[in-house]
Design a protein around this ligand. Sequence first.
Ligand code: 5AD
Ligand code: SF4
Length: 479
Amino acid sequence: MSKSFDITIESLALPSAKVTPEGCGPEIIRAEIANPDAESLSFAANKSFFIETFGCQMNVHDAEKVAGVFLARGYRAAQTIAEADVVLYNTCSIREKAAQKVFSRLGAWRGMADGKIIGVIGCLAQQEGEDIFERAPWVSLVCGSASYRKLPQMVAELEAGGRRVMGLDLDTEETFETEITRRDNPLRAYVTIIEGCDYSCSYCVVPHTRGPERSRPSEAVLSEARRLADAGYTEIQLLGQTVNSYRDPSSRQLGFVELLREVAAVEGIRRVRFTTSHPNDFHREIVEAIDSTPALCDHIHLPVQSGSSRILGAMRRTYTRDEYLEKISWIRAARRPISVTTDVIVGFPGETDKDFEESVTLLDAVGYDGVYAFTYSPRPNTLAKTMPDAIPEAEKSRRLAVLQDRQRQIQIERNNKLVGATFEVLVDTHHAARAQWAGRSTSNLIVNFTSPHQNLLGEYVQARITRAAPFSLVGEQVI
Ligand code: 5AD
Ligand code: SF4
């Protein structure tokens, strides 16, 4: 059974924070946390921190909680990396490129660290461990996400003059709870419901970097949701590497669907999203809950990874193409149209032209609203790394381009059908140069629209679609 602390969440919504998509999907974004007007507390008199985050939404949210650890210790958030006393790289190692990027960031501090504390946290920290100190001796903190609960103690050791601290414990039953979570997105609040992963997909480092699956008690999740609603948030995104594997460790023993319904019932919450779902734990009840609960967003991210049952077997995904398609048929039978997005890996070892073709035909069979496609990247400690019949990089790139091109066509066709429809949009962006506002529909489509109004940020508005593009819709506000 998971243990967990009782939490007090103090949400500090920070409109100034910067989140920059890296173009690889919802889970691959880079966030720079900068410039909150956080108060300086007592003991870290005037010390400041800066966190640069790579990777998935789980990482982005981890950074919000880690920032809370520093704020609670009296640090303030630095405006720039140069002025920070503590610089943390919150890292990703899902693909080789993400890992390389971090080493190049660390390399830039050679001979420049100059009394700063440089730390590496997250997946690459867990993966590389002590070797990071060898490669970059100016680093003094290395901590994987399963050890974040020890961060305050580790920081205290460094403050007391410690030279190096490390937290690489994967053998955990606990989740990371903080007294302060410094939220960077003023409109959408992330809430972790489950950490780690108990699957063992043969290509994936996550079980090695984030540890075993552990769910938070439902009451901890619900009280966080209520606090967020009180703080003015209307949209919550529930997070987990396999979010729908959620099992309440408390005596209430809620399942994922029951938790979804209870979060959606929190007064003031208008939109509940959840990511990422594993097809194996995807049941009809999830579709029924969306169908009957307006606050549950009509969007499901359901990574398929490959359209070939043979490759799915080699990937250890625990389902076949037909089983996956059956789940899609439940979604398509819903009374409320539900958009579906996915992740696909091309060029897995041994993937033949025929296997690849099955991934392309799957796109048509499902009719996805978005696909995040990646070339296979061999990772340390994974089964797939030792598999024969590697696909040459040039061929992987070719397959990626073919798949993306087909999906682009599908999105053009799907989005064209939406011209004339009206969507409720939560406005999150103003494009001053284009005199347009932008936001997301509940189905997570991006809608750019014109409006005679002056300030719509954070508002829910109705927008009628006048034009479709492959990755977004264009419209006008319905007055
Ligand atoms: N190579 C390429 N893509 C990967 N992913 C996970 N591991 C790898 C890998 N070794 C992709 C999967 C997953 C997404 C977050 O990243 O598609 O769903
Ligand atoms: Fe990785 Fe598979 Fe777990 Fe997803 S379900 S995090 S792909 S091991």
